[in-house]
Structures are given as C-alpha cells and as structure tokens.
Design a protein around this ligand. Structure first.
Ligand code: GAL
Length: 844
C-alpha cells in the first residue's frame, strides 16, 4: 500500500482518500472496553476446521449468509467528530461518545433539520479481540449502510474505502488482524456533494435533491468468520413456476477459495420447509485453485410446493453446504418463494392471475434518527403498508432500503420495486461507475427476495443516457435475468416527442423517453389536468393514457400536485379530506383500463426534505405523517379491504365544531371511506342519512367513498354515529364525539416487548382524540414524557403537539444487557396523562 504524500503543513485529507483509494499506514494504540471476542466466534471452526450446524438467525436477516459465524457488530462503538480532519489518523477526535448501531451522528428533532450539523467527518471506533484460532479463518466486516463515505482502518492501517450510502460496504480484514486486541475504526464522511449517487457536486447544496440524508453508520454492521474456502452470493431462481411438472429451482453461488483445495469438493443444495428437506442436489467438483468459481445446481420435483402470493406468501429456505473431504466446512442459507410476476401490455399478472398493482412510494427516513432505525421499526413500515393501507406493492424510492423491510415484504406478501440510488441527476464518468456498482450490489444483495418483482435500473427522473442504462440493464440480466427492469420518467413520450421548445429554440429534450429501452415504462404522472366528477361533487385529476407499445405502470402520482398544499394536520379540513379523494381518483383511473399495470402513488409517509415545497424541513405528501400515523388522506387506502377481513369506517373529516373548525361542521361534501355496502348515519341520536357508495364518481374502485352533506349546527355538541351494513347485516358501528370535554391523550406502543441488545426500538405514538378514539382537529399543547425502566427515550420531550396538529411519536430504545419493565407516561396539562408499558427481554 502506498503512503500518500503529506500535503502542505503535514495535512492529510481523508476525503481525498475516499476517491483515490490510498491512505496512510500508521499504527495506533489499542484502547477501549472489551468488545466482541473473535475467539468465541472462531471456536466454531474447531481445531479440525469442522463445522457445526448453522448458527441461528441472530442477525434477523432472512436473506443473508448464515455462515458458521455471523455476529452483529452493533454495540460497543464510540464516535466523535474529527475537528481537525487533516490530521487523521495521527490525531483523532478529542471527545468520544458511546454509539450503538444503527446510528446517526447527530440527534435530530422530527422537523427543521439543519444539514450543516451532520456535514463533517466523524470517527467511529471499536475493539475486537481475536485469538490465534481466529486467524485460521477469513474474517470479513460488513457495514450495511453508511452515509456517505467511509474509510476503514484496522489497527491504524487503512483497510478499505467505500462511497455511497445505500449498498453494503464489505471488506476482508484477515490480514490486518493480530492476536489479542484489535481496533476497528471508520472515518465517516457525512458531507454533502460527494461524487456518488444521489449526490451532485457543489455548488448544488443538499436541498437540491428531495430528501435529507443525515450521516452515520446508519445500518447494522456484521462480522463474519469463514473458512479458507467458503460459499458466497447464493442465488435461488425459481423457474417454470406455473408448471408443476417442470417447476424447479436454479441455484447458483460462488466458491471463494484462498488456497488450493484438493478434490473432492462437493456443494449440496437443499430446499427446506420447516426444517425438512423437500428436494436436494449435490454437485462434485475437481479440486479448486485459489480464486472464485461459480457453481450451479438444479432442484427439481417441486410439484408440491405452494406458490408465493400476495394473499399467502409461502416461503422456503434454501441451504447450501460446502463439503471438503466429506466434511461440511461452510453452510449458508437464503430464502425463496415461488411466484411468476409478469408485466405485459395488457396489465400485470401474478401467478397467471391478473392483479392491479396498488401501492405507494416509501422513503426510509424517520424522525429523530434519520435512516438509523433497527429491523423491528423497518418491518413495521411494511406492516403499515400491507395491513393498514392495504397496498399490494411498494416502491422503494429512491434507493435500496433496509433488508429487514424487504424480509417483512416477503413475509407479508407485499410486492416491491427496488431501485438504485439517484434523483434527477447524472454525473461524470466516475459517478456513473458508482451507478453500475450500485445496481450490481443491489441485485446481489436482494435477488432472493420473492417480493421484489422489478428492478429500477434507470435512476429516478433522470435524463436519458442510453449507454449507461444499457449497461445497468445488462448487469440486471446477468445477475438475475428473472425480473424486468424499469425506471421512473417524468415526460411521457408524446409530451416531448424528443424535441423541446426553449428560449434557445427547438432542441433535443434530454428527458425524451422515445428511446426508453427498459422492459416496463414507468411514468411519474403529475399531470395537472382535472375533470368534474359525474355528480359534480369533485374535481378529479386525470392520468395520461397508458402507452400501448409497452407494459405501463404509474410510478408516482398526486404528491402535492395541487400545491403548495402540504397535507398537514394543521391545514384546513377541506384540504386534508381532498388528499384522500385525489389518491382515490388516480387509483380509480388506473383500475379503469387493463393496460395500466397499476399505480404507486406519492407517498406513503411524510419525509424530511429541504427541497421545493417543503415546510419546516418536511415534505407533507404522505398519507401518513413522518411518525407513520395515518392522516385523513389515508382513509381511502384503509377502506380498500374485504369487509370479511376487517370492516372499516373512516371519515376523511374531523367531527369537530371547535375553534378552528369551519362554521357548520365538516360541510356539504363530506366523505366517509368504508368497505360496507350501506351506511346509516345518525347525528345527535337521530337518523340523519342512509348512504350508498359513490359509484358514479369512482366506478372502478372496489370500495368508493360515501358522500354526505354534514352541514349541521354543532352548538349542542351532537354525536355522530355511523353503522355499516354488509348483506343486510350490521358489521360495524363507529361513534364520534364533538364534545371536547371527553377529549383525552391516546398513547400507544407498537410492541409490548423489546430485546435488550441496545438497538431494538419501538414507537410510542400519542394523539389527542375524542372519547371514542377519533383524532381531534388541530390540537395544540405540549406533551411531557416520562420513561422509567431499562430503556431510553428517542425523541422530543416535551413534544409540541400543535406543530403536527395533535399527533406525535417518540421511540423507545433498549439498553444493552438491561432487561425489565419499562413504563412511559405521557402528560398533557389540559388532557391529563396516559401510560403504557412493555418488557425488555434479555437478548439471548
Ligand atoms: C417527484 C419525484 C419524487 C418527489 C416528488 C415530490 O417528481 O420523483 O422523488 O420528489 O416529485 O412530491
């Protein structure tokens, strides 16, 4: 390794090293508490290199390597800001604080983020201890996500660099380790404008793209110990899924061999269900030379397997074993599901059945911690999308998202579009090189997820770059080949015709989509055209007609098209109610024509942003807020479920006659979203209206809204009662109180238990509600939180309810090794207090 020259005054610039791949070699003193003991890990290997059965899923990653030893490396870190960047690694931060991964370098509020707070260089360091035995194996460290650049040092020696926040950074560190104490250190470059997607170089600032990206090691880290020869990059590709006689699993992986390995070498693949082997196959190889080699096996006789579907997401495990001289030396496991997903010019088909894609876009950023939420919280987003918003698909806009989120999508039957990082910009040759790297790493990481049905190999709303996108498609074909490719564009072909009129005259439109070469044409349809609905009640947005020459999907719609409306709880009731109508209208259009494969609207959740129509550093386009609590705009989604699963009545208005409410209450065209066939409405105890769904305005929705004139005199605080009927039977009743004297503060925890691993978290959300639990309009005041027991509160305390219209949340985080009962009390001076508790269990 070359030692870089000292710059003027002996200053080294680590950020430069991120780009040129060189770094200083300096030894540093060892320090710190006892961390993870590699000796314990490598004890697995045994003196004779023999492997025990695979380790249990400690990592919670269903599609990861389950190698002889995969250890989480999340706790025991400390971090500090590198005040004198140029002197690293001669001089580090003067002060370190403890850090547990996932981690963001600054504590944030839920809004008003200031990027200059995180835009620095930071150092994370940690000790690992290796005994001599550890060094008999091959040791890899993996960081699942670091925003945005990273330099890895082991014992002060440069061990690797990585640029880009959304794909894993993995390095073999065997040769840097020595027996006993070792120091891992990561210099994290959290500054904006690095030459990697989605960033764009200065002078553009961080608000030039649509989402803030707070820095840190914001995903999990792992340490793996492999034998000298091991298996990597498993891929189990189901083939001929719909033909039970020919159905099979094409399995491949790489053998990575550090040394010559004598014959015989066997690789065995097994398809497992609940631990029993359904099918197996073994391949015999001649001895191996050092290097990598691809192995391929076929598992057949799979007529009896159950398909993966949105309703019954059946999953299977695939175990691969490497057998040297009759002994299993490495075993890894991944997950698979058998399904056929086809995008055609006549629509989308799952397992041969037509299915309209119905969903939303999701950003991964959260209040307080940026992207740094652990698996449990990531999984919760998938649950909200599938179980509360009834989506069958989500678009991971605009980067590969957490593996825990994708695991949950597999398990819940939520289909996924995953795409490489990028937003409306293509950079220079080096930047484009990272696009290729990102596509490759995304597919290698995630190709075993049955939920993923399409790859975004074209970056969101970028100009056309035929050479770049030909290469990204080739990578997808080479590494997967079973999924189509796409990319969201912002100009329909007929819109530009390839030629743009500008002040300079007629010129080639760089966003022209005439030469769109991906398999599925995906359009971000923010067409600002409206029509009066048939009843005259609504102004409804229209969609562009589908392209007839290609499979066609609407990848975004609505957002804040009637902007600058923000869809905040502090906006007028009319605006909030309209969000549901607009979303319903575009889904209705998409359902009207079989050639639309479906529609993924913008967006599931509000997200932190300094771009365009943001307010207080938040984009308010979500049908749920940043805390993941549904807004009135979500009422449409919440009702789109069979009433036998869950009868729903969700008004998109507030039953409120308080100081902020318009006179006369919710008003003439109030909408109630329900999956019932008929609603009976009672006001003040008296029958007020019988309602049928508005099929005239929304003829293609399974569950259209019910429209009612609710202009009433609210002075006596009348109660609203709605009864829902299906096939003549009352299946649900909901009540709403306009009397504020019964208002209270609702407090709810998503989980009743956490693990004492120091990373695990759960949400505690609070909302001002009426006596029946319905949200009150524009409530204000402060919530004071008090947590007792072995856990930490992550969030604003006190919390200003008025800023988010009466709703908020904090998260509860476990402490490493501390178990017991945790109690949270939320107190609001005007409403009293509420409490909730959970147990933190030993992490095992
Ligand atoms: C779209 C873009 C999204 C988001 C949205 C704003 O054009 O693709 O990422 O920025 O606008 O509402």
């Amino acid at each position: 390794m070359r030692t870089p020259e000292l710059k003027r005054g002996g200053v080294l610039e680590p950020a430069g090293d991120l780009r040129d791949g060189t770094a200083p070699t300096v030894s540093r003193r060892g320090f710190l508490k006892l961390g993870l003991t590699l000796a314990g890990v490598v004890g697995f290997l045994g003196a004779d290199g023999r492997m025990p059965p695979p380790a249990p899923h400690r990592t919670g990653r269903a599609n990861a390597h389950v190698s002889p030893a995969v250890l989480e490396l999340n706790d025991g870190w400390e971090y500090g800001r590198l005040e004198e960047p140029g002197l690293w690694p001669y001089r580090g931060p003067s002060r370190y604080e403890e850090a547990v991964l996932p981690h963001t370098v600054v504590r944030l509020s839920w809004c008003d983020w200031r990027p200059e707070r995180w835009q620095h260089l930071w150092v994370y360091r940690r000790e690992v201890i290796a005994d001599g035995n550890a060094l008999a194996g091959r040791v890899f460290v993996e960081f699942a996500g670091i925003l945005t650049g990273a330099l890895l040092y082991v014992n002060g020696r440069f061990a690797g660099r990585h640029l880009g926040g959304y794909v894993p950074f993995e390095r073999e560190i065997t040769r840097f380790l020595r027996p006993g104490k070792n120091e891992l250190a990561v210099v994290v470059d959290a500054r904006w404008g690095q030459n990697v997607p989605p960033d764009r170089p200065r002078p553009y600032g961080p608000a030039s793209i649509d989402y803030w990206q707070p820095g840190g090691i914001y995903r999990e880290a792992y340490l793996r110990v492999y034998p000298q020869t091991f298996l990597a990059y498993p891929f189990a590709r189901p083939a001929d899924v719909l033909d039970p006689a020919r159905r099979r699993l094409e399995v491949e992986c790489l053998i990575d061999s550090a040394r010559r390995t004598p014959s015989p070498v066997h690789v065995r693949a097994e398809l497992l269900q609940g631990g029993s082997v359904i099918s197996e196959s073994t391949v015999r190889l001649p001895g191996l030379e050092p290097g990598r080699r691809r192995v391929h096996l076929t598992l057949a006789s799979l007529g009896g397997v159950k398909l993966w579907d949105v309703r019954s997401p059946n999953l299977y495990d695939v175990a691969l074993s490497l057998i040297l001289a009759g002994r299993v030396v490495h075993r890894l496991q991944t997950r698979t599901g058998f399904r056929e997903a086809r995008f055609t010019r006549e629509g989308f088909f799952l397992n041969g059945r037509r299915l309209k894609l119905f969903g939303l876009n999701r950003h991964q950023f959260y209040p307080y911690v940026g992207g740094a939420m652990p698996a449990r919280v990531q999984r919760r987003d998938a649950e909200i999308l599938k179980r509360e918003l009834n989506c069958n698909m989500v678009r991971c806009s605009h980067y590969p998202q957490s593996e825990a989120f994708l695991d949950a999508c597999d398990e819940l039957g939520l289909m996924v579009w995953e795409e490489a990082p990028g937003w409306d910009y293509i950079g220079d040759a080096s930047w484009r090189g990272y696009v290729l790297r990102d596509v490759r790493r995304m597919i290698l990481r995630d190709r075993n997820h049955p939920s993923i049905v399409i790859w975004g190999t074209r970056l969101n709303e970028t100009r056309n770059d035929p050479a770049l996108y030909r290469r990204t498609r080739e990578i997808a074909r080479d590494l997967d080949g079973s999924r189509p490719t796409t990319g969201a564009v912002k100009r329909a072909p007929e819109e530009s015709g390839g030629i743009k009129e500008s002040r300079k005259g007629r010129e080639e439109d760089p966003y022209s989509t005439r030469s769109f070469a991906e398999d599925v044409f995906s359009f971000n349809d923010y067409t600002r055209k409206y029509v009066r609905s048939r009843t005259g009640n609504f102004r409804l947005p229209v969609l562009r007609p589908p392209r007839v020459d290609m499979p066609y999907l609407v990848s975004e719609a609505i957002g804040a098209i009637v902007g600058p409306h923000f869809y905040r709880r502090i906006d007028t009731g009319r605006v909030q109610q309209e969000q549901a109508i607009l979303h319903a209208a575009v889904h209705d259009r998409a359902a009207s024509d079989e050639r639309y494969c479906g529609l993924l609207a913008w967006s599931a959740f509000d997200y932190p942003s300094g771009h365009g129509y943001s307010f207080r550093g938040v984009k308010w386009t979500g049908v749920c807020d940043v805390f993941r609590v549904p807004k009135p705009g979500a009422a449409f989604y919440r009702a789109q479920v069979d009433p036998s699963v869950r009868p729903v009545i969700e008004p998109a208005f507030y039953w409120d006659f308080g100081p902020y409410a318009p006179p006369g209450g919710p008003g003439r065209k109030s909408t109630i979203w329900s999956n019932c066939e008929r609603l009976e409405v009672f006001v003040g105890g008296r029958h007020f209206a019988s309602l049928l769904p508005d099929r005239a305005d929304f003829p293609h929705l399974e569950y259209p809204p019910f429209v009612v004139d609710l202009t009433v005199d609210g002075s006596g605080y009348p109660e609203l009662r709605i009864d829902g009927y299906v096939r003549g039977r009352r299946v649900i009743t909901r009540r709403f109180s306009s009397d504020p004297s019964g208002d209270r503060l609702l407090l709810k925890l998503d989980d009743d238990r956490l693990l004492a691993d120091g990373s695990d978290m759960t949400r505690a959300y609070f909302q001002v509600v009426d006596r029946y639990g319905a949200p009150r309009y524009r409530s204000s005041g402060r919530v004071y939180l008090h947590l007792s027991g072995p856990a930490l509160l992550v969030g604003d305390n006190p919390f200003d309810l008025g800023a988010n219209g009466g709703t908020g949340a904090v998260w509860i985080r476990s402490k490493k090794g501390a178990s017991g009962r945790v109690r949270l009390v939320a107190r609001c001076p005007l409403l009293g207090s509420s409490s909730a508790s959970l147990y933190v269990l030993p992490a095992g």
